[in-house]
Design a protein around this ligand. Structure first.
Ligand code: SF4
Ligand code: SF4
Length: 86
C-alpha cells in the first residue's frame, strides 16, 4: 500500500538512535500518579494496554509505558499528571 510517512519518520531515520532517544525523552510528557488525588478506583490500571501501573506503589513502569495517555484520559479524579519527570 502507498501511504505518506509522518515527518518524524525522516527525522528519526537520519539521526543516531541515542540522539533520537534523548530528544524524545526531553519532549515527550510522561504520566505520574498523584497520590493525594488518587482514589484507587483502578480504572487507569484496567485501561493501561501494557500493564505499566502499580497501585500498590503508585508507580508507573517507565520501561513498559508507551505514553498512550489512556490512564490520563480515563482518570476522573485528575490524579494522573503529565510532565517531563525524571
Ligand atoms: S484512575 Fe485515577 S483515581 Fe483511579 S486509581 Fe488511577 S490514578 Fe487513582
Ligand atoms: S500512558 Fe498508557 S501505557 Fe503509560 S501508564 Fe498510562 S495507560 Fe499505561
Amino acid at each position: 500500500m502507498k501511504f505518506r510517512k509522518p515527518d518524524t519518520f525522516y527525522l528519526t531515520s537520519i539521526l543516531p538512535p541515542f540522539i533520537v532517544r534523548l530528544i524524545f525523552s526531553t519532549i515527550i510528557q510522561k504520566p505520574r500518579i498523584d497520590k493525594r488525588r488518587c482514589k484507587r478506583c483502578g480504572i487507569c490500571k484496567e485501561v493501561c494496554p501494557v500493564g505499566a501501573i502499580s497501585l500498590d506503589t503508585f508507580k508507573i513502569d517507565r520501561k513498559k509505558c508507551i505514553n498512550c495517555y489512556c490512564c490520563h484520559e480515563m482518570c476522573r479524579f485528575n490524579a494522573i499528571k503529565l510532565g517531563r519527570f525524571l
